[in-house]
Design a protein around this ligand. Structure first.
Ligand SMILES: [Zn+2]
Length: 273
């Protein structure tokens, strides 16, 4: 989850190029209109009008991505020169995959439209999300990394259940968000965070007391743990972005006094390395 500038090659060059090929000239005006509509709607699936292509034409558009995915500007979306701080869709540490913000099965006309091609990680394609792109109410949709500029702000945190030994937790939108944006963030979290996020969070939680013990020595005070968490949060937000998995975890931990006290007590009882 993050805001990104539009990718290299955004615009209609690819449409003009393809439509010079034999048999494609009849696509030009409908295709350009669809791409213009996508930009006007900011990729919002509730605003975009599906283009009027026949089933045969839609199939041609769908497979176009397979022909072009490894080359040119699409390859640069996958692996840009400077890399990404974290997965712009789900916030994991992985990247290296291109995903369709609006799935090409439903919207084949955007199969190679750059604004619809967003960087993601392998979990995004294979884990919870699948081909989900919207819910049942107008604000329920995925965050679009190119158009939702507000995605560069902190949007969510981890909330912990009553029994910290059993560690039940969930991902929740930040309370300060306006209702419509909150609905979008809630839908996004429910769609992109799956088993990999749960495993990663559980593993990080399990490693924290020992790290605290090593860093802080004895006795392990609640104030020292809070300072340590704040320091780690500042570092994660800078390195991975405010909506990366660990950033959201650490923000949630710092909101909950029980969590800080629990970490201090477990760190205190942890044997020195
Ligand atoms: Zn991802």
């Amino acid at each position: 989850m993050n805001h990104l500038p539009l990718p290299p090659g955004a615009g209609d060059a690819i449409i003009h190029h393809e439509c010079q090929l034999a048999g494609w000239s009849g696509y030009l005006h409908r295709w350009l209109a669809a791409a213009a509509g996508y930009r006007t709607a900011g990729g919002d699936p509730w605003q975009v009008t599906p283009a009027a292509f026949s089933q045969t034409e839609a199939k041609e558009l769908y497979v176009l991505y397979d022909r072009r995915r490894r080359y040119g500007d699409i390859a640069k979306i996958r692996r840009p020169a400077g890399g990404y701080r974290s997965c712009p869709m789900c916030g994991s540490g992985g990247t290296g995959v291109v995903d369709h913000a609006l799935p090409r099965g439903e919207f084949p006309e955007f199969s190679v439209v750059r604004e619809n091609l967003v960087p993601a990680c392998p979990y995004c394609n294979s884990d919870a999300k699948g081909s989900t792109y919207r819910g049942t109410a107008p604000d329920e949709r995925l965050i679009h990394p190119y158009y939702d500029t507000w995605a560069s702000l902190p949007l969510w945190h981890v909330e912990f259940g009553p029994d910290l030994d059993a560690l039940v937790f969930d991902a929740v939108p930040d309370g300060e968000l306006p209702p419509a944006r909150r609905a979008t963030v809630a839908f996004h979290l429910g769609s992109v965070l799956g088993a990999e996020w749960r495993n990663s969070t559980t593993s990080y939680w399990g490693s924290l007391p020992r790290m605290m013990r090593v860093r802080l020595g004895l006795p392990v005070s609640v104030d020292a743990v809070r300072c340590e968490l704040e320091m780690r949060l500042a570092e994660e937000e800078e390195l991975s972005g405010p909506n990366a998995w660990r950033s959201a975890f650490l923000r949630g931990a710092l909101r909950d006094q029980r969590v800080i006290a629990h970490l201090a007590a477990v760190a205190e009882a942890t044997l020195a390395p």
